[in-house]
Design a protein. Structure first.
Length: 381
């Protein structure tokens, strides 16, 4: 497996574009389209928030048959808490794109991110749809435009592409993502869109995405806040021409390895771009009694405002780490707990916590909490 330049347009069969349609007052790109030549196997994972935005509801409905041809994404407006009109607009977004690319509306997915509770300016999206489709391309620039169109408070675009060999064929996976704040596992205010030219059955694609998400996007947190809109999707064109992966085995393992790498890279880039973040923090829990306890302990440390502000202040206050783990009520003693860490003065920090009470481990990624985070979120709407 090797990393190559590019994003969602690197795998064969995919085109993309991004532009500004006027949703954002800043004039920055706010509309993206990723499209495949045909209807292809597609899988998605979604936020577990009880409040789900209209586009997420629509996409879950359209993915019941595990296939899609395109996904349209807007940023700057979440289309959430917008009532029946929100659902109408989400459906209309799929219909306008379907008409333009010659697809069924049910084969077009939709995603939104941005401010909650404001009516979606659908007319602006509809007006720009023709230009969006006309500008679809396979170049790296087209992929970059798509990556820019999904951003909100992000400081940087997030892309990756990798190649591997499956069944003697060169197979490619590309992705773009967004996310900066309101990041907590079970999907947070983040979106990630993955494309691949691997030939794989819908069942195995869904399994691979679920496993990769659990090892990546569900192992990050910036502020412990769960959002309403967030999703990860993967579309597989099959144009690598490998023998279709329909069961577990060597080919599936190679595909999964590459997919997990892509998802983890995207997840880490989201943390590194955390709102106001100055530090990237890796929390390792070892020797926990259960896998669930290991993950809970890692999240308790990663979500502790006291630990995060200590990291920002370059203050290696290990007592805060111990207190975060102790808050879970696990059957551990002061003698059991061992905390070690790298220098808090550096940009990349590792915190290791040994519970000495089992054989399970977990790793979670987070960032520090700075004055800038408060400034950004105090003004965000």
């Amino acid at each position: 497996m090797k990393t190559i330049k590019g994003g969602v347009t690197k795998p064969k069969g995919f085109k993309a574009n991004g532009l500004c349609c006027g949703i954002k007052r800043s004039g920055k790109p706010d509309l993206t389209l990723i499209s495949c030549d045909t209807v292809v196997p597609t899988a998605g994972v979604f936020t577990k928030n009880s409040i789900k935005a209209a586009p997420l509801i629509m996409t879950q409905k359209h993915l019941r048959n595990n296939q899609a041809q395109a996904i349209i994404i807007n940023s700057g407006n979440a289309n959430c808490f917008t009532g029946n009109f929100g659902l109408i607009y989400a459906k209309s977004m799929t219909e306008v794109i379907a008409d333009l690319i010659g697809a069924k509306a049910s084969d077009v997915l939709v995603s939104s991110t941005g401010i909650i509770g404001k009516p979606l300016p659908y007319k602006k999206i509809a007006k720009a749809a023709g230009k969006l489709v006309a500008g679809l391309g396979t170049s790296m620039r087209s992929g970059l435009l798509a990556a820019k169109g999904i951003l909100t408070t992000d400081k940087v675009t997030k892309e990756i592409a990798v190649q591997t060999s499956i069944d003697g064929k060169t197979a490619t996976i590309g992705a773009c993502s967004k996310g900066s704040g309101m990041i907590e596992p079970n999907m947070a205010t983040m979106l990630a869109f993955v494309t691949t030219d691997v030939a794989i059955s819908p069942k195995m694609l869904k399994l691979a995405l679920k496993k990769a998400t659990d090892k990546s996007f569900n192992c990050i947190t910036v502020d412990g806040c769960m959002s309403t809109n967030d999703m990860v999707t993967v579309m597989a064109s099959g144009q690598a021409k490998n023998k279709t992966i329909t069961s577990a085995g060597k080919d599936f393992d190679k595909f999964y390895e590459a997919l997990e790498y892509v998802c983890l890279d995207m997840a880490k880039k989201i943390v590194m771009d955390g709102e106001g973040a100055t530090k990237f923090i890796k929390v390792n829990i070892i020797s926990a009694p259960t896998a669930k306890a290991a993950k809970a302990a890692a999240m308790a440390v990663a979500n502790s405002n006291l630990v995060k502000t200590a990291a920002f202040g370059c203050n290696p206050n290990w007592g805060r780490v111990a207190a975060a783990v102790g808050s879970l009520g696990l059957k551990i003693t002061e003698e059991d707990l061992k905390v070690t860490f790298s220098s808090f003065a550096k940009k990349n920090i590792t915190i290791n916590v040994d519970l000495n009470s089992g054989k399970h481990c977990a790793t979670v990624y987070t960032s520090d909490l700075s004055h800038e985070y408060i400034r950004i979120n105090g003004k965000y709407n």
